[in-house]
Design a binder for this molecule. Structure first.
Ligand SMILES: [Zn+2]
Ligand SMILES: [Zn+2]
Length: 220
């Protein structure tokens, strides 16, 4: 589903899947391809929007929990795209990938990144994203912020009327609150989380930050 001229949204397809975002620009980027078992459906969705996976150049993730990165390697095989991780995600690989898989009693899905993102920027062409390290749900959470279009792709940091959980390895309630307070300062028209609904409209996004601060922070 097309959200803006360059941005597409594919809602999670079931338990343990996640929302997927595609940026279609000079370089096309897929953020969080989700679970491998839902990949055929995701490919159909892309096809319906006229997106050939072979046109996608970069696979990247908001953080390295299995529900977000499981299909990285399979998508790479189909598309020929490069897997590009943030240096923070490499740094916290053991906590986020290995220990979290162990926490759930799940195997670790293998993938190898082809290269690392620059620390603070990802340019797709017309759209340029600032990469904001936002720990708390996981140590390695990165938000993708496009200032010109007021887009924030925020993974599991903040949701519609909720936040990401903080009980997984590397989780930390105080860090999550700090991350959310920092993000709440940004001008955001499109708040695009890793699960459940997206929020469109600056007023609605602002209200959601207020709701979370007021009702959810005290429960963390
Ligand atoms: Zn997560
Ligand atoms: Zn998730």
């Amino acid at each position: 589903m097309k959200l803006t001229k360059n941005l597409y949204f594919y809602p999670e397809k079931g338990m343990l899947d996640c929302n997927t975002y595609v940026i279609r620009d000079n370089i096309s980027i897929i953020i969080d391809p989700g679970l491998t078992q839902f990949l055929p459906e995701l490919l159909q969705d892309l096809h319906r929007d006229g997106i050939d996976p072979k046109d996608i150049g970069i696979i990247t993730n908001t953080h390295l929990h299995g529900d977000h990165y499981w299909a990285n390697e399979a998508f790479k095989k189909i598309s020929g795209a490069k897997i590009v991780s943030h240096p923070i995600q490499k740094k916290f690989w053991d906590t986020t990938v290995i220990q979290t898989s162990r926490f759930f009693g799940l195997p670790t899905a293998e993938f190898t990144e082809d290269r690392l993102l620059d620390n603070d920027k990802l340019s797709a062409g017309e759209l340029e994203f600032e990469l904001i390290h936002s720990p708390g749900h996981s140590s390695d959470s990165i938000c993708f912020y496009c200032k010109s279009e007021k887009i924030l792709i925020c993974g599991d940091v903040i949701f519609n009327q909720n936040t990401g959980r903080v009980d997984l390895p590397g989780g930390n309630a105080d860090e999550l609150k700090q991350s959310i307070l920092k993000l709440s300062q940004l001008e955001i028209e499109y708040l695009l989380p890793g699960h459940m609904d997206i929020i469109i409209g600056q007023e609605k996004v602002k209200n959601n930050f207020e709701f979370v601060k007021k009702y959810i922070f005290s429960q963390l």
